[in-house]
Write a protein that binds this ligand. Structure first.
Ligand code: ADE
Length: 244
């Protein structure tokens, strides 16, 4: 899968993506990254890419022409690849959307800065507008990296153990169960006995229950859409009994 990122801070994207699992996947040729510095397509020799907003108000707005030139240089004339504009005004990113984007062979991401970008370039090239959550960051680079990371790990071969993508938080609509490793005792806290029992069915059931417990505690709304079997329902009921 190829990512193309249109940005004013390519080094931020390159460094972030070249680290750890995504970096290893690039070395293996499973992922590739191309960063296009919008400033290289500025309208003047001073590298200006922003201007005052029509109608007044605080801050500066990124101009359409440099972004358009950066885009056509990367996409090719007449080509219209899927392009995500990262913005707090977008659809909120989640695992389902990551999965959908991972089906693309090529994904463009446009990172904004200042007070935003000229609406007309978005109308022209953006196929998606995505927010990573209800808070405002100084620019689109961190959201772009968040989206790229979540999408990249869905690409076959990127995770060494293909299963580890399946068992986790949100894959089954619940939060993940707690994990433990050595030592067996840490500051007086013991590893739950059942995890040392070697009884796989009991361990799986215990983990499922802990997932349900956590989800109910922290993200109860997820239980409304999660697939729950009669044992799950019974366990959730028993939690309610505990509360009473
Ligand atoms: N740019 C600034 N804040 C953002 C957010 N929360 N999501 C996506 N892009 C952003």
């Amino acid at each position: 899968m190829q990512f193309t990122v249109l940005t004013l801070f390519p080094e931020m994207i390159e460094q972030g993506f070249s680290t750890s699992i995504t970096g290893r996947a690039m070395e293996k040729g499973l992922l590739s990254l191309r960063c296009v510095n919008i400033r290289d397509y500025a309208s003047d020799r001073y590298g200006h890419v922003d201007d005052y907003p029509y109608g007044g108000g605080a801050g500066m707005v990124m101009q359409a022409p440099p972004i358009y030139r950066a885009y056509t240089a990367a996409a090719g004339e007449g080509k219209h690849p899927r392009l995500v504009y990262v913005t707090p005004q977008g659809r909120v990113f989640d695992q389902a959307l990551a999965k959908e984007l991972a089906k693309e062979e090529e994904l463009f991401i446009l990172c904004g800065h200042y007070e935003g970008v000229d609406e007309r370039i978005l109308e022209e090239i953006a196929t998606d507008r995505i927010s990573i959550g209800d808070y405002v960051l100084t620019g689109g680079e961190l959201p772009a990296l968040v989206i790229m990371d979540a999408v990249a790990r869905m690409v076959p071969g990127v995770l060494s153990n293909e299963e580890s993508g399946e068992d986790e938080s949100f894959m089954n609509g619940l939060l993940e169960y707690p994990q433990y490793t050595r030592p067996e005792v840490f500051m007086g806290r013991l590893v739950p006995e059942i995890l040392k029992s070697g009884h796989h069915a009991n361990i799986a059931r215990w983990r499922r229950h802990e997932s349900l417990r956590r989800t109910k505690q922290v993200r109860p709304e997820l239980l409304e859409t999660a697939k729950l079997d009669p044992d799950d329902q019974k366990f959730l009921q028993s939690l309610e009994m505990e509360e009473i």
